[in-house]
Design a protein around this ligand. Sequence first.
Ligand code: GDP
Ligand code: CA
Length: 321
Amino acid sequence: MLAGGVGGARFLLGVRAWARRAAPDALGSDAEITAIVNTGDDMWLTGLRITPDLDSIMYALAGVNDTERGWGRVGESDRVAAELRAWDAGWPWFTLGDLDLGAHIARTGWLREGVPLSAVVARLTARWPLGVRLLPATDDEAETHVMTASGTLHFQEWWTRHRAAIPALGFEQRGVSSAAPAPGVTAALAEADVVLVAPSNPVVSIGTILGIPGIRSALATTAAPVVGVSGIIGGAVVRGMADACLSAIGVETAADAVARWYGARNSGGVLDAWLMAEEDAALVPAVESAGIRSAAAPLWLRGDDTSADVVAAALALAGIR
Ligand code: GDP
Ligand code: CA
């Protein structure tokens, strides 16, 4: 599957729960899950390489994420962050907890020794039995920047500091068009039984992954069906501010509009099928007329079991039951 951070993690928990429940019948008992994760939100901060989406997913799968705050590790303190703030180092509005900082220090040390990000992710994730292989979309540094009337900001500054309240005129995916897929990414897509596109932010999570040329072409040629799940329910994003990203690229915040923007794979786009929320059932014909198979089902991701049901509905669209 292709995934961003928190939405990607919620859906991935469902994929893992579905695999434990149904895969032995549907795909064989050795079903493997690979998540290709957005790296466009990554950044350097106080000398450390931070990879928010990879970490959100790693912590959620390991069960050590802070579900109340929505980021970082459960039970961590902010003592180091308070020290950094006292020195005016880093971004005062971007608090990194102490346990989370441990991962950033380990990652940065390995990167500085020349270990590629994908191998760093393998080392970090080996600590827990995640049941999912995590691959960064690319080992290259490719970061999303946001163009506004008063200049260009790093994505994190626009998103976290300004809560996407400054109108975005567009996104600059710096380095994405020359980035190469990380080792294993195109093979995973080529060998997949099915490719799932998580209900992640279509623009700055999935869109950034799709902007890597080798990934787009691997998606175009894989024999596996490509099935997307809508992160928009009843004309609104479920959590967060993805609507600000969609309006910046001129796409309506509506499940059918996002499907048409992804496009049908048989006409140069990425989707064979698109699962929408039951609240959006009336939009199914509009999506199908764009050449994308579609259906409606409950899409609220609330814990392993309901999320596994969402995954089962997406897989049913791909003919896997
Ligand atoms: P981020 O990188 O942490 O911003 O997270 P992602 O890009 O992976 O996912 C954010 C998207 O997940 C949001 O645009 C939401 O619409 C979507 N999302 C979050 N919770 C749910 C849910 O319960 N159901 C569905 N269908 N989408 C969700
Ligand atoms: Ca993200």
